[in-house]
Design a protein around this ligand. Structure first.
Ligand code: NCD
Length: 305
């Protein structure tokens, strides 16, 4: 693995290998330990778009591997991008300081563009509505650890499936596993892109699409909820049409399977009621722990440690 730019770049075996490695790193994360695998190595985090979890998660992962971090959380306004530097040149420059780069940007394809200039591995930490390959992997690890398997499951995805880069990445990885049934719940205008639906069907998976969460939540083993992606809409008025369409509350959770798990990449706006936080099926506050372990696995692999 040279870079991690897209969730489609990884083979089934590479996904399994990352899951295995992440599982091995979990005790270091839960025990708040520090290894010395990445001694002397530097991670640069270049964020052109807001982030709480993803940037801290990458940086924590690098520190727990024993490496170091240089970071710019506001590349759009404080880097030379402001003076017109191209992503290609930025990639060239940053790779003379750091050994690996994690980058987030509002435009699809931008991380790949920077990687062309970079001589060190580059990880996509989210490019617009495109892809979020490391979040998809940490969600896979969460499902594996919390359900005990990645096969023979009904996977529900709820929310803005058109603009959500997280559900796109989840589908790419899950498509490798057998016996999955996908239930997509979205307003008609925010449906899962047809290429993704067709890709899943071509790999033999059943796909059901609906707008009505209440009628299908009881079928789901895994409920992957997501935020309506406000920043991808053309206007506030357009966003307001969909804000609050799927609010998961106690009454809806009462219809879900007793052993279902509920995932959300966060941030949540209004789509999960606070009363759900104490439901043992809610896993969104443990996902970040899996996220650090998975990013340790990704960084260790890219750095060839
Ligand atoms: C997601 C993202 O940035 O795509 N958040 C995250 O990385 N944890 C989801 C979102 O913003 O809705």
């Amino acid at each position: 693995m040279q870079n991690l730019l897209s969730s489609q770049d990884l083979s089934h075996d590479e996904v399994l290998r990352l899951l295995e490695l992440a599982e091995a790193f979990l005790p270091t994360v839960t025990g708040r330990g520090r290894l010395n695998l990445a001694q002397g190595k530097i991670l640069a985090t270049l964020f052109y778009e807001p982030s709480t979890r993803t940037r801290f998660s990458f940086e924590t992962a690098m520190l727990r591997l024993g490496g170091h971090v240089i970071s710019n959380a506001d590349m759009g306004s404080t880097s030379s991008a402001k003076k017109g530097e191209t992503l290609f040149d930025t990639g060239k420059m940053v790779s003379s300081y750091a050994d690996v780069i994690a980058m987030r940007h509002p435009e699809k394809g931008s991380v790949a563009e920077l990687s062309k200039g970079s001589s060190v591995p580059v990880v996509n930490a989210g490019d617009g509505a495109g892809d979020h390959p490391t979040q998809g992997l940490l969600d896979l690890l969460t499902i594996k650890m919390e359900k005990g398997r990645l096969e023979n499951l009904t996977i529900g995805m709820v929310g803005d499936l058109k603009n959500g880069r997280v559900p796109h990445a989840q589908c790419a990885y899950l498509s490798h596993f057998a016996g999955l049934r996908f239930v997509f719940v979205a307003p008609d205008a925010l449906r899962m892109p047809v290429e993704i639906v067709n890709m899943l069907k071509a790999k033999g998976h059943e796909v059901v699409e609906t707008e009505d969460l209440g009628s299908v939540i009881g079928e789901m083993d895994v409920i992957c909820h997501t935020r309506i992606q406000q920043e991808r809409f053309e206007s506030e008025a357009e966003y307001l049409k969909y804000k609050g369409v799927y609010v998961l509350n106690g009454a809806l959770m009462a219809k879900a399977k007793s052993d279902a798990i509920l995932l959300h990449p966060l941030p949540r706006v209004d789509e999960i009621a606070l009363e759900v936080d104490s439901d043992p099926r809610a896993k969104y506050f443990v996902q970040p722990t899996y996220g650090v372990a998975m990013r340790m696995a990704i960084l260790a692999t890219l750095l060839g440690l």
